[in-house]
Design a protein around this ligand. Sequence first.
Ligand code: MLT
Length: 246
Amino acid sequence: MSHRLPLVFVHGFPLDRTLFADQEELSDVARLLSFDLPGFGAAANLPPVAGMAGYVDAVTAALDAARIERAVLCGLSMGGYILFELWRRCPERAAALILCDTRAEADPPEGKRARLEGIAKVRAGERAELIAGYLPKLLGPASLQREEVMARVRAMSAAASDQGIVAALQAMHDRPDSTLTLASIRVPTLILVGEEDSLTPPAAARAIQAGIAGSELQEIPGAGHLTTIENPSAVNAALRGFLARV
Ligand code: MLT
């Protein structure tokens, strides 16, 4: 039986667990668990879930399967949206939270429209077009020039099923505003954001920090939205420091 703290990773859209492959070096300080949400990665063929609550069920099922009662939960982007829902439904599963490149607010009207257009595109067989428009927004300017980073992002998004993409877009469209949830978060919380994140920019991270008493915020240099693969050494240093304090 391991006594290292469990650290569980929840990936973003349209990605998979390999978003956290570079965090494996933290296995000396934590018991790591990453998994693919239904519709993504190796779980692409699982039936799509309904709403953020469906993804929360997938997270708690992964915790149960690994016999983990409470963990440090780390979510990136949609993974963060899922953790806000998890906090509302079963806060006892979270010993601490790490919220990477995410936001508390719901989608604004134009954002909701874009989600529905995305769903229509996938249903019209234009999934490739949707993904091609999305990928450049995920990375900072320097990372967009790094072929190995681009290849990882392309491979993750290629693995997702059409139904998985549609279910995630619908869940993000439907998600509630989590701003009022922030004040109820009473576990140690670390917020990370890429300095060049244009999807969930540093201002969104600062708004989360302002809402969670005692939370810490670190900006990751040289990274856009996908900090864990764009600047893993800075992310891992931040996680290591946080884990030593919780
Ligand atoms: C993600 O990275 O999970 C998504 O980009 C989040 C979003 O589109 O809001």
